[in-house]
Design a protein around this ligand. Structure first.
Ligand code: UGA
Length: 472
């Protein structure tokens, strides 16, 4: 199948590389000539496992890059639209990029085409794309518009794409559903997974994935509702974590208890400093705006957003309660990305917290395995970027863990302790057991669990010192 993917951002680039790996001929179109040139020269603009390998494998053969949308449309049977849908001031998705792609596609049609929404868009977008294309001269029979939402997560984008929980095809006509079925056939038939060069399966792979064929409108809603539900799960557990802190319960134990109910599930029940990234914050406000436009006030979403914001303020209060005053305090910060495994800092709660701490007069030494270059662009120049977690801790009044990078969960604790001025760790991601931290001599603050501090007591008649865990 010949496929055009429009937009070389996160979703477009990953989709393009993966479609090529499924055996399709893909042209990835972007109107940013610099981006196209960089991709052609072999550079990989995002930090994503397996993406460099796939780009190298297919670039120049099954995967080409271009700035010429009309040419790409003429050469393709399916055109996946993966351009940005940023929020406007009212929180609604700005669909002007989608509209301009629809206009250009209409002008280039030379035979039956399927135009597929891949970006996250509000319900009714497929109707609008169709209307815009008809207004711009496309013959009604010459195209269909479908919705094929993408559920990949940053950091695991390639394996999420190739080993999805489900594939949703929102197609109002069988002719267009058939094209999409064929595109995904290597996955739904299971053939891709038998190939020796297939990208390795992640844990919990659902192979072969089920195909869910719906109307275009239902598919558009599935995407918004899925993200809203996942964000709701996170805010729910963050609210429960706050109650745990008040009553002295342990949110990890509570999550184990509630997540073991298969109707609830354990995933996306990790409390922390709130969700960030380029999807949840934007999609929640966009979904709320869509609902409002349809005459429904989705107040549940207001509360999900409010709890998420409150989570950062709670964390700041913890920093204050650990250090009393903030002006002049030196803080080590582990993590700037909005989550582990990515260099993306968009709507990162870590970055927002660092900004506030700097405003409060703290000095910050920060380390992130991938996101420091991007953070440099948005954070004030006085942040000291260091080359490892121990340097971040060096001489610090406290160490803050803000991103759930795996390597932050496996630190050499004795080495960390001697580097810190005071052995205080404020963990916004619950990466450690409080007992472990106190056993290593740290005062340890986390989310939804009691703060613990080692009480150093001398054993009678002996020089040796024992450390006893005390709940602060
Ligand atoms: C999210 C969805 O998970 C994807 O299914 C979806 O395709 C994507 O948005 C999108 O719409 O494009 P992503 O934003 O990459 O993916 O990252 P997530 O893994 O969902 O994490 C989002 C935020 O929630 C991060 O800040 C993360 O730290 C936080 N989070 C996640 C928690 O605080 N607790 C959790 O249990 C899980």
């Amino acid at each position: 199948m010949r496929i055009a993917v429009v937009g070389s951002g996160y979703v477009g680039l990953v989709a393009g590389a993966c479609f090529a790996d499924l055996g399709h001929e893909v042209v990835l179109v972007d109107n940013d000539a610099q981006k196209v040139a960089a991709l052609e020269s072999g550079s990989v603009p995002i930090h994503e496992q397996f993406l460099p390998e796939l780009l190298e494998r297919h670039q120049g053969s099954r995967l080409t890059f271009s700035g010429n949308l009309a040419k790409a449309v003429r050469a393709s049977s399916a055109i996946f639209v993966a351009v940005g849908t940023p929020p406007n001031d009212a929180g609604e998705a700005d669909l002007s990029y989608v509209e301009s792609v629809a206009r250009e596609v209409a002008g280039a049609i030379n035979g039956y085409k399927v135009v597929v929404e891949k970006s996250t868009v509000p319900v009714y977008t497929s109707n609008w794309v169709r209307t815009i294309m008809l207004r711009n001269g496309a013959e009604p029979e010459s195209f269909d518009v479908a919705s094929n939402p993408e559920f990949l997560r940053e950091g695991t984008a390639v394996t999420d794409f190739l080993y999805p929980d489900r594939i949703v095809l929102g197609a109002d006509h069988e002719r267009c559903a058939a094209v999409l079925r064929e595109i995904y056939a290597p996955l739904t038939s299971g053939k891709y997974y038998q190939r020796p060069d297939a990208v390795p399966a992640p844990e919990r792979a659902n192979v072969p994935p089920p195909l869910i064929v719906t109307s275009a409108k239902s598919a558009e809603l599935i995407k918004h509702a899925s993200n809203a539900f996942l964000a709701m799960k996170i805010s729910f557990v963050n609210a429960v974590a706050s109650i745990c802190e008040s009553v002295g319960a342990d949110v990890q134990q509570v999550c184990q208890g509630i997540g073991s109910d298969s109707r609830i599930g354990k995933r996306f029940l990790n409390p922390g400093i709130g969700y960030g990234g380029s999807c949840f914050p934007k999609d929640l406000t966009a979904f709320r705006a869509v609902a409002r436009e349809c005459g429904y006030e989705f107040r549940l979403l207001d509360e999900v957003i409010r709890i998420n914001e409150e989570q950062r303020h709670r964390f700041l209060r913890k920093v204050r309660s650990a250090l009393w005053t903030l002006r002049g305090k030196r803080l080590g910060v582990l993590g700037l990305a909005f989550k582990g495994g990515t260099d993306d800092i968009r709507e990162s709660p870590a970055v927002l917290l660092v900004q506030t701490l700097l405003q409060e007069g703290c000095t910050v030494a920060a380390y992130d395995p991938a996101a420091m270059d991007r953070a440099r662009v948005v954070l004030p120049a006085n942040v000291n970027y260091v080359s490892d977690p121990y340097e971040a801790a060096s001489g610090a009044d406290a160490l803050l863990i803000l991103t759930e990078w795996e390597e932050f969960a496996a630190l050499d604790l004795p080495r960390l302790r001697v580097r810190l001025k005071y052995p205080i760790i404020i963990d916004g991601r619950n990466l450690y057991h409080p007992e472990t931290m106190t056993a290593h001599g740290f005062t340890y603050y986390s989310v939804g669990r009691q703060t613990t501090t080692p009480e150093v007591i001398s054993s009678a008649g002996a020089d040796s010192k024992k450390i006893k865990v005390k709940n602060a």
